[in-house]
Design a protein around this ligand. Structure first.
Ligand code: THU
Length: 129
């Protein structure tokens, strides 16, 4: 899948977001090292802390299907701003692929790319344990 297709897959997931509380839809498309793609949306809960972000939905789908090496993730929202991943999602992505690419989209479909290292410098990882 090329970058444009990956970004479109993330944008398509905006329709699946379960967002009765915030109204803020997020979609994600995670490309693994083997080329497989797992998508995700945010899933909110009346107990707000039980909400899962789109990025983690995609990561957990991938890991539970046997993938642990990620190449890149595209993240979409209906916002003028580029949708960057929250801190918890940065940490979860870094657990598996600290050098992956993070493609952040705005509502116009424009993108800004970061390395995950850039978004989470000096992260805590298994080497501390
Ligand atoms: N959200 C994500 O899905 N990903 C992020 O990286 C930022 C926040 C969701 C969680 C919640 O459902 C809504 O956006 C507002 O915080």
């Amino acid at each position: 899948m090329d970058k444009k297709q990956l970004c479109q897959a993330a944008m398509d997931m905006l329709e699946r977001a379960y967002i009765p509380y915030s109204g803020f839809a997020v979609g994600a498309a995670l490309e693994c090292a083997d080329g497989s793609v797992f998508t995700g949306c945010n899933i909110e809960n009346a107990s707000y802390g039980a909400t899962v972000c789109a990025e983690r939905t995609a990561v957990f789908k991938a890991v539970s299907e046997g993938r642990r090496n990620f190449a890149r993730i595209a993240i979409a929202a209906r916002s003028d701003d580029f949708c960057v991943p929250c801190g918890i999602c940065r940490q979860v992505l870094a657990e598996f692929s600290p050098d992956m690419e993070v493609i952040c989209l705005n509502s116009a479909g424009e993108s800004r790319s970061f390395s995950l290292r850039e978004l989470l410098p000096h992260g805590f990882d298994g080497s501390f344990l």
